[in-house]
Design a protein around this ligand. Structure first.
Ligand code: ATP
Length: 349
């Protein structure tokens, strides 16, 4: 299986190297025949290719079984005309990665703001909503019709709502809780979230064994803190999913733990939920768990369930003790040493 590694910006090169170390250990232990390649994106690519995501990288991403995408500092990029495209957005669009699967669960020993049971997955629509492709709207998803007035367009389609709902119900079906909550704001955004809910309800009707509920996004945020065990699989639109999944990641112990998998009909891209944390770049202090967990999700998606489980168990084992945690979780060891510790645990399975 071919895997493309894209280091990205900030802490990206360090956490992608850590992920490579862990994947290589899983490969050796489980005979996965992984073949790794690597390409520059972000500021490194801007310097050498004049764009933060060169076309050959997009082509390479389409030619492999899976991609490990490092975080990118797209807010700091120059304008698009000067090569500053957001590689994450471009890959989501070019590879039609319509689903972003973002699990969050409490892990033994890891300090959390609230100790209540937590094991949920936010299934986030990845291509529409307020973050829709700006070209859809003649060059502007946001615009200023007059000075002092800014408008943003929110795109919701039946097709995207249906397929994100199907992704969520398929996931829920494989989990013991058998529950899906659709999170929305249809009381205000009647047309767009109304359409979203219509499609989710139609899918829900095909899964009678799954308990289905609808929760307003503001209530969902409050409930996630008050009673996180209430949620199992959450399906929602792009921006609500972006926000709620960060909340869930913090509830699980911190942004450094938030794994995610971008999925489309043909491609899969592992990507940490967090950004490039430029404050920590080149300090060996970044927590690579989120990206390593994302890579485990990628392996599971590619059929290597044993290897994925071994990586997840190794993460749980390492995080049990502060001695084998990175500084964000009150530990002492660096990014590099943490990855090698995981690799050792995997080789001993
Ligand atoms: P960007 O501009 O790319 O979004 P950011 O720093 O604004 O980057 P994040 O990277 O998502 O946003 O995270 C905010 C803060 O959380 C970081 O500055 C860092 O201190 C902390 N953080 C995020 N990810 C990690 C990680 N993997 N390990 C340790 N700390 C992290």
């Amino acid at each position: 299986m071919k895997i493309l590694l894209l280091p990205g910006d900030g802490i990206g090169p360090e956490i992608v190297a850590a992920t490579h170390t862990v994947l290589a250990a899983a490969d050796a232990r489980f005979n996965l025949s992984l073949q790794f390649s690597q390409a520059d994106i972000g500021f490194a690519a801007l310097k050498t290719h004049g764009t933060t995501i060169p076309d050959p990288v997009i082509a390479a991403a389409k030619s492999v079984a899976g991609v490990v995408l490092g975080p990118v500092s797209h807010n700091a990029y120059p304008p698009v005309a000067q090569g500053g495209r957001n590689p994450s957005g471009v890959l989501r669009r070019e590879l039609e990665l319509y689903a972003n699967i973002r699990p969050a669960r409490g892990r033994p020993g890891v300090p959390r703001p609230i100790a209540a049971p937590l094991d949920m997955i936010v299934v986030r629509e990845n291509l529409e909503g307020f973050y829709a492709d700006r070209n859809m709207f003649a060059g502007a998803g946001e615009f200023m019709p007059e000075p002092g007035v800014a408008l943003a367009l929110r795109k919701v389609t039946a097709k995207a709502s249906k397929r994100i709902a199907e992704a969520a119900f398929d996931l829920a079906q494989a989990r013991p809780a058998l529950r899906v909550a659709a999170v929305h704001k249809a009381n205000v955004m009647r047309m767009s979230d109304g359409l979203f809910l219509d499609e989710v309800r139609a899918v829900a009707a095909r899964y009678p064994q799954i308990r289905y509920e609808e929760v307003l996004v503001d209530a969902a945020a409050a409930l996630m803190v008050r009673d996180p065990a209430r949620f199992d699989v959450i399906v929602t639109t792009n921006m609500f999913g972006d926000i709620l999944s960060d909340l869930a990641a913090e509830m699980a112990g911190g942004l450094g733990l938030g794994a995610s998998l971008n999925l489309g009909p043909d491609f899969a891209v592992a990507q940490a939920q967090h950004g490039s944390a430029p404050d920590l770049a080149d300090t060996d202090r970044a927590n690579p768990t989120a990206l390593i967990g994302s890579a485990a999700m990628l392996l599971r998606h590619l059929g290597a369930a044993d290897a994925a489980a071994a990586i997840e168990t190794a993460i749980d084992t390492a995080l049990l003790s502060p001695n084998t945690r990175t500084p964000d979780l009150g530990g002492q060891i660096g990014t590099h040493a943490f990855a090698h510790h995981l690799a050792r645990l995997i080789s001993e399975v």
